[in-house]
Write a protein that binds this ligand. Structure first.
Ligand code: ATP
Length: 306
């Protein structure tokens, strides 16, 4: 379990993380979602004791990182897959990590096997593709068999096969009962990966809920209806207080109602329907709307050339 409590980080005048409180539960993949610059990496660095909060704190299984007895056995992280020494082999890299953390050498072969790198273990890590580097980074995070795992934008730049592998791997780790927090700036990716979502914008918490709830709440649901009696049906729906608009082709788009309700209303008054289809706004649209403020902020930064 991870708990952020009033977490705040300022860099000079920039408030990178602003009074953030949320909890990440074990046994689930939790997506940490926000546009670029929202404060995700800063938050993760504070979770790992790599950055000191200006105010507030983060607890990992009830303790701040600095007070963990055996940090690598409690929390593992993939922050930047390219930080390995390029001339070291994958195995040598992990052996060095294991040794400096008092972990047995046999664990190196176990994690290499877990991430599917056993066959290339002797190759220089510097020659690895991005997907292989990510796997090596994940192997490093798993060395201490930690209950809590943090992944910062793990699928950035990967091909579809690599994305699928990481997604399924993270879901497997959560199914083992681990706490898995994964950051991303793409809601569409998180919608198929994470069960829970912590959404931030401009360092502030926007929402914490299950992914299903978030998607349902944030995508506007409408129903498209085609009927030879569209006028009559439209008038009835307006009478009942629904918002109805008419498309160029004569079909109706009705907001705030389910297709079941429209079907019932139509049947009760003998209105023939030719089409009755629920429509869903795109996830990315919903996300942009919710974090609109922080996206504007990003545009401002771009304008000032930062
Ligand atoms: N060391 C630092 N010094 C000054 N400002 C920083 C530092 N690290 C981050 N920031 C600023 O804090 C804000 C949050 O950055 P952060 O990298 O945490 O966001 P992010 O959500 O991880 O975005 P990205 O996906 O682009 O990495 C940004 O405005 C960034 O410029």
């Amino acid at each position: 379990m991870i708990e952020a409590i009033g977490l705040t980080k300022r860099y000079g005048k920039t408030v990178a993380v602003d009074n953030l409180s949320f909890a990440v539960e074990p046994g689930r993949v939790t997506g940490f979602l926000g546009p670029n610059g929202a404060g995700k990496s800063t938050t993760m660095r504070m979770m790992l004791g790599l950055d000191r909060p200006t105010a507030g704190q983060v607890l990992i299984d009830g303790k701040p990182y600095a007070q963990l007895d055996r940090p690598l056995r409690t929390v593992g992280a993939l922050l930047d897959a390219k930080w390995v020494h390029p001339n070291r082999s994958a195995r040598a890299h992990l052996q060095w990590m294991a040794k400096s953390n008092g972990l047995p050498d046999r664990r190196v072969d176990e994690v290499l096997d877990l991430v599917g790198l056993s066959k290339v273990a002797k190759r220089r890590a510097g020659g690895f593709s991005l997907g292989m580097s990510q796997r090596l980074g994940i192997a490093g995070a798993l060395l201490g068999d930690p209950k809590v795992l943090l992944f910062d934008e793990p699928v950035n730049g990967l091909d579809p096969e690599g994305i699928l592998w990481i997604r399924q791997f993270m879901q497997g780790l959560a199914a083992d009962g681990r706490t898995v927090l994964v950051s991303s700036h793409l809601l569409s990716e998180m919608a198929v990966t994470a069960q829970d979502l912590v959404v931030i914008g401009r360092g502030k918490l926007i929402s914490q809920s299950s992914t299903t709830e978030f998607v349902e709440r944030s995508t506007e649901n409408t129903v498209k209806v085609r009927s030879p009696h569209a006028d009559k049906l439209g008038a009835m729906l307006v009478d009942k207080g629904f918002t109805v608009s008419e498309e160029d082709d004569g079909s109706l788009v009705v907001a705030g109602v389910t297709s079941d309700e429209i079907g019932d209303i139509a049947a009760a008054s003998g209105v023939v329907l030719h089409e009755l289809s629920p429509q869903r706004g795109s996830l990315e649209q919903a996300f942009m709307q919710l974090t609109g403020d922080s996206v504007e902020y990003h545009a401002e930064l771009a304008e000032t050339g930062k």
